[in-house]
Design a protein around this ligand. Structure first.
Ligand code: LLP
Length: 415
């Protein structure tokens, strides 16, 4: 579904004009569509119908409480990587029993809290983590459900910063060593082996790497069964890509169908951890043109959003579409869309043909994933507001940060 469409010459989020959102909440503001988020989640859940499954939204992609709450109301599970994300999910009404806990650096506190609330599974990334989890679970007198994140050594063919399934990455346990680590886990009294998982990278635009990883995991499940270690669920992580420009990623339904065919006849539950594919195209970053600066070499549109609000272009050279909220007639020029931060790397887009005037509103598309969550206060800029649109209504699900908040936790030196 298309959440953002032009109507009467202006861009809408569902039934609400983006100009009305800018007038009411100011800019820069992230705007999300509830209907889009729900449709994307349902594409996973419906394709999995009839199989035991969990669709665990990767909270790191967008951790706003309103967004998490919308998903929790649909019965979603959540993939978390920190104590903070755990508390967010609980505050948003998520069920602890549907949480998978990923990440290479879980602290003892993280583990304790997750055991207390009763998460579905710990996705364990190393032998040392396994030993630590055993200790913490023993202290509490409980059994910790574990899955080992194996590294299947497949090339996801994505950006090196977000490719995680190769041997040289810090993630997971080498698939060739996994059997021995499972044997160790099965022998520890306060652990219960329940699953196997992998996550090979993000923004994948074809199925073969996923299916390659799946085959390797299934072979491992068989080798473990031969040793008497029974795996109950297979967690294939997240990673399904989205269209930013002209990519044609597979649909969730087609991906899941291909997985279902390959696990037919096995007694396995399926878990997925999608992040980007649920929320990326459910969001835009709404920003206003402050200045048009024409130089001998270039034309710059200096906007009120910056790399602190949306770092993907600066960090990954990510291409994100930038469109006018109210397209105007007039001569288009090739603009670099830049923010006010004092760094050459502070850009949102380069060389975009646009007809602009000062004060115009722009929408950076596909900004619902890894947008607000990666924002910072660099240059002492308050973080943007977040608005969730539901039909004809717009809800401020996070208000703009105020200036006093930016240094409220700091202090002067003593006299
Ligand atoms: N599960 C695990 C263990 C992960 O590490 C990730 C993402 C996901 C699930 C969700 O993956 P997704 O479905 O969103 O591809 N900041 C980068 C993306 C980093 C992804 C990190 N891990 C970006 O803006 O492109």
């Amino acid at each position: 579904m298309e959440a953002f469409e032009y109507r009467d010459g202006e861009l809408y989020a569902e039934g609400v004009a983006l100009s009305a959102i800018a007038a009411r909440f100011g800019t820069p503001t992230y705007v999300y569509s509830r209907a889009h988020i729900e449709a994307q989640y349902r594409a996973y859940a419906e394709a999995l119908a009839g199989l035991p499954h969990l669709v665990c939204f990767a909270v790191k992609a967008n951790s706003n409480l309103g967004v998490l709450n919308a998903l929790a109301r649909l019965g979603a599970g959540f993939d978390i990587v920190s104590r903070g994300e755990l508390e967010r999910v609980l505050a948003a009404g998520g069920e602890p029993g549907k949480i998978v806990f990923s990440g290479v650096g879980k602290t003892r506190d993280d583990m304790r809290r997750a055991l207390e609330v009763g998460v579905h599974c710990f996705n364990v990334e190393s032998t040392v983590e396994l030993e630590r989890l055993q200790e913490v679970a023993a202290d509490l007198g409980v059994k910790a459900p574990v899955s080992l994140r194996v590294n299947p050594d497949v090339d996801a063919g994505t950006h090196p910063y977000i490719s995680t399934g190769l041997k040289e990455n810090k993630f997971g346990i080498d698939i060739d060593e996994a059997e021995a680590v499972y044997a160790r886990a099965a022998g520890l009294p306060n652990l219960e082996v329940v699953g196997v998982d992998c996550h090979i990278g993000s923004q994948l635009t074809s199925l073969p790497p996923f299916l390659d990883a799946l085959e390797r995991l299934l072979a491992l499940v068989d080798r473990l069964a031969a040793r008497g270690i029974r795996i109950r669920h297979l967690d294939l992580g997240g990673g399904l890509g989205v269209r930013y420009k002209d990519e044609e990623p597979p649909l969730a339904g087609d991906y899941i169908q291909a997985v279902r065919e390959r696990i037919a006849g096995r007694d396995l539950a399926l878990v997925f951890e999608p992040g980007r594919s649920i929320v990326a195209n459910a969001g835009v970053l709404l920003t206003r043109v402050e200045y048009l600066k024409h130089t001998a070499h270039k034309d710059f549109a200096i906007v009120d959003a910056a790399m602190n609000d949306l770092i993907r272009p600066a960090l990954y050279q990510a291409w994100m579409d930038v469109v006018p909220v109210r397209p105007r007639d007039g001569e288009a020029r090739s603009y670099d869309i830049v923010g006010p931060i004092c760094e050459t790397g502070d850009f949102l887009a380069k060389q975009r043909d646009l007809a602009l005037d000062e004060g115009d509103l722009l929408a950076v598309r596909s900004a619902g994933a890894y947008g607000f969550v990666m924002s910072s206060n660099y240059n002492t800029r308050g973080r943007a507001a977040e608005v969730l649109v539901d039909g004809g209504q717009a809800f401020e699900v996070r208000r703009r940060e105020t200036l006093p908040e930016l240094f409220a936790g700091e202090s002067l030196l003593p006299e």
